[in-house]
Design a protein around this ligand. Structure first.
Ligand SMILES: [Zn+2]
Length: 236
């Protein structure tokens, strides 16, 4: 009888989460990442983020690659949102506070309904709610509404994403909560910024004073907005 393997199996059964979220290495009495993966989680400090119009500011925690991509994958696709949130939300809250954004209300980028039903949870809302608690700020889940435009952003070319985002996110639901507020828009992954830009335009049209963006990760091979991009074409 191999007692070490039996012990490992019992440990796994009792404490299935005590493994590194990225490489799967066993972690003694600790949740989250092993020290090797922790070192690989390079924050996105050095990069000067220029927010797409009409956003007033943007912070992002990590580039969407390596360990951060693995964490997001668990959070977004595999239903393991609790530990990645506990690992990432305090750091994201600290980044928002360091940036000095004068925000008063958090609004999540709305999720794609068919995917939300398939997944069974709305990961951006979970992120937004956890971040709101961490920052001590209120949240408004349904300020924005998403309309299914038939194509996923990831299937489109960079320029087409800007047009598609304006269609998908070009509507808002509730006016009162955002009226006169400085809003922090929350997302998990941003790519071109087209989605955030479209959402910000709607929030401003709904009466928000300013809109800032915070996201967990960002792809770094971003194509800039088309030169003639006028902002989202919102119809409320
Ligand atoms: Zn690891």
């Amino acid at each position: 009888m191999d007692f070490s393997r039996l012990g490992a199996a019992v440990n796994d059964a009792l404490f299935p989460q005590l493994r590194c979220l990225s490489c799967g290495r066993r972690l003694p009495l600790r949740l989250g990442l092993c020290s090797a993966c922790e070192l690989k989680l390079v924050p996105l400090y050095a990069l000067q983020l220029i927010p797409p119009k009409p956003l007033s500011g943007e912070v992002c925690l990590y580039p969407y690659e390596g360990v951060a991509k693995e964490l997001i994958g668990r959070f977004k696709f595999r239903g393991q949102f609790d530990l990645p949130l506990r690992r990432m939300v305090p750091a994201l809250a600290a980044r928002v506070q360091e940036a000095g954004f004068p925000v008063e209300l958090l609004v999540p980028v709305p999720s794609n309904l068919p995917r939300l039903h398939a997944r069974g949870y709305d990961q951006v809302w979970l992120l937004c709610r956890a971040l709101g608690r961490q920052l001590g700020l209120p949240t408004c889940r349904f300020a924005l509404r998403r309309r299914w435009a038939g194509r996923h952003q990831t299937e489109l070319s960079a320029e087409a994403r800007w047009r598609n985002a304006a269609v998908q996110y070009g509507r808002g639901l509730r006016t009162a909560p955002v009226l006169g507020k400085r809003v922090l828009l929350v997302d998990d992954v941003t790519t071109t910024g087209a989605t955030a830009s479209a959402c910000a335009a709607v929030l401003l049209a709904l009466g928000a004073e300013e809109v800032y963006l915070c996201c967990l990760t960002k792809t770094l091979d971003n194509a800039p907005a088309p030169a003639a991009w006028p902002g989202a074409n919102h119809s409320l």
